[in-house]
Unconditional design. Structure first.
Length: 510
């Protein structure tokens, strides 16, 4: 699977501006507000009507499994969370398994942060790293980038540390890391640089990390914001080597977020950098949206409620992990670990896995444990949350209901998988498979979400629908010829939609 699109984590995003939509349907009959990146028409709540009942897809016949005399019940969430703490819960698709069914045993691990912002936010140590190569001079990109940097600085306080780096074939330190005590000086320095030359992304990234490290202090939220519109064409250009730089920085407590503007940048590289750096990737469709994109990233950094978050899932007994949705998983392994980075107030996300039991005999069982560890910004304490879930082997004749929310969520992710494959080439057969998967699942998922007031699942149905619309526009049998710039814009936008759904891009869940 193309790593440009997929990762192992799905974050709930009730409102996505990436398709040019400012709202998504709400199970409460209201529309939530989107991050101010794209402004577009609103979907009126009155227009949201449950679709006609959708016949159960054939594949759902595999969901019920047998379990002796135990009453038919759905698997339930196990939560270790209190209202004011990071919540963690694990949910299996079934409470039992046997050797005669082809049912996949699925595990969904969810986490969420409290809506309440920390009363005393930790100080920031922020590096603004701006591409100033020649291409940034087009469409006023560099001018808007300077405006975006100014907007960030305006919202910092004297408690915060900031550095400013501009890069082309070399890095230029506009202002070394220091407390934000003289904003006019910082604004003046921003006005003294202009675009020219080629792109050594590694020079800018390394300098930004070095500036943060030079003023490293306990309790800071340390982060690099890197903006580019092009390819890394000099210096360190190998994507794996660049990702290693971000990974090493993240191991030292420095996050890396990337912003790509226009249609010429390498989105796979930027997503990989953000993933390795425990940060976020943002696609900025036009230069006018740069200030809003920077403000949104800063807002998240100002609302950090958990730092250096790491999720570990392991099979304690009775089996192994056979699949992690959204990333290659070539063999059976007992453990999966995911560095999440920072969590902001009011965020939630989940990981979906498939499990393979080891034994199919009486009294056999599979037990899975999930642990979430993080640093508290308020106390600097390292905190661990742990939950577990298990399923028993049963050869009985009774049936047990599947947890439909889990199985439908997995179906959406599979459908997105097919759509992403179709996006990568012009194969009409792949497109036909993606279309068939969408037709099979979308209505059922949306109906379930509306019936059960499940906003997250409704969002996923919304994402799938609009991703398919974008896919049809550029890959469908009747798709008109598109100019290369237009096609590139649609493809980047579609990739970003999918990144928002399946990648480590935590966004506000309010």
């Amino acid at each position: 699977m193309n790593s440009r699109i997929y990762s192992s984590i799905l974050i709930s995003i009730p409102l996505l501006a990436v398709w040019g939509c400012s709202t998504v349907p709400s199970v409460r009959g209201q529309a939530a507000k989107a991050p101010p990146v794209v402004v577009a028409p609103t979907i009126a709540p009155s227009a949201i009507k449950p679709p006609a009942p959708v016949p159960a897809p054939a594949e759902l016949s595999r969901a019920p499994i047998t379990q002796g005399e135990r009453p038919a019940t759905s698997a339930t969430f196990v939560s270790a969370a209190q209202q004011e703490t990071i919540a963690l819960r694990a949910n299996l698709s079934h409470l039992a398994y046997n050797s005669t069914t082809s049912t996949q045993l699925l595990l969904k691990v969810q986490f969420s942060s409290p809506d309440k912002r920390p009363p005393n936010r930790p100080p920031l140590n922020l590096a603004l790293v701006l591409d100033r190569s020649s291409s940034m001079g087009a469409d006023m990109k560099f001018s808007h980038a300077i405006g975006a940097a100014r907007a960030v600085i305006e919202n910092l306080t004297e408690r915060d540390t900031v550095s400013m780096v501009a890069f082309n074939e070399r890095s230029l330190v506009l202002s070394p890391a220091g407390r934000v005590v003289n904003k006019p000086f910082l604004f003046q320095r921003l006005s003294e640089v202009s675009p020219d030359g080629i792109t050594d992304l590694s020079a800018g990234l390394l300098e930004g990390i070095a500036q943060i490290s030079s003023q490293n202090a306990e309790g800071q939220v340390k982060h690099v914001l890197l903006l580019t519109d092009g390819q890394a064409n000099t210096g360190v250009t190998d994507p794996a080597a660049l990702s290693k730089i971000a990974e090493t920085a993240h191991a030292k407590g420095i996050g890396v977020s990337t912003l790509g503007c226009g249609t010429d940048f390498n989105e796979k590289l930027l997503t990989d950098l953000a993933t390795a750096g425990g940060g976020r990737y943002t696609y900025v469709k036009s230069s006018e949206q740069l200030p809003a994109a920077f403000r949104e990233e800063l807002r998240g950094l100002l609302e950090v409620v958990a730092q250096n978050v790491r999720l570990k899932i392991f099979v304690k007994q009775g089996g192994a992990i056979s699949k992690v949705y959204g990333q290659p998983w070539p063999q059976l392994l007992p453990t999966f670990e995911l560095p999440i980075g920072n969590l902001r107030a009011g965020e939630r996300g989940f990981v979906m896995l498939a499990l393979k039991p080891a034994d199919f005999k009486p009294r056999a069982a599979i037990e899975v444990v999930a642990k979430l560890t993080y640093d508290s910004p308020e106390t600097s304490e390292r905190i661990t949350r742990a939950v577990s879930a298990h399923a028993d082997f049963s050869a009985g004749a009774g049936t047990i209901e599947a947890n439909e929310e889990v199985t439908l969520c997995a179906a959406v992710m599979d459908a997105m998988d097919l759509a992403a494959e179709a996006l990568q080439d012009f194969d009409l057969d792949r497109y036909a498979k993606a279309r068939a998967s969408f037709d099979q699942w979308h209505g059922r998922v949306r109906q379930y979400a509306l019936t059960h007031h499940n906003q997250d699942l409704l969002n996923e149905a919304f994402l799938l629908k609009h991703f398919m619309e974008e896919l049809q526009a550029i890959r469908g049998p009747d798709a008109p010829p598109l100019l290369s710039d237009t096609r590139g814009q649609i493809e980047k936008q579609s990739d970003y939609q999918n990144y928002q759904l399946l990648h480590h891009q935590v966004t506000q869940a309010k």
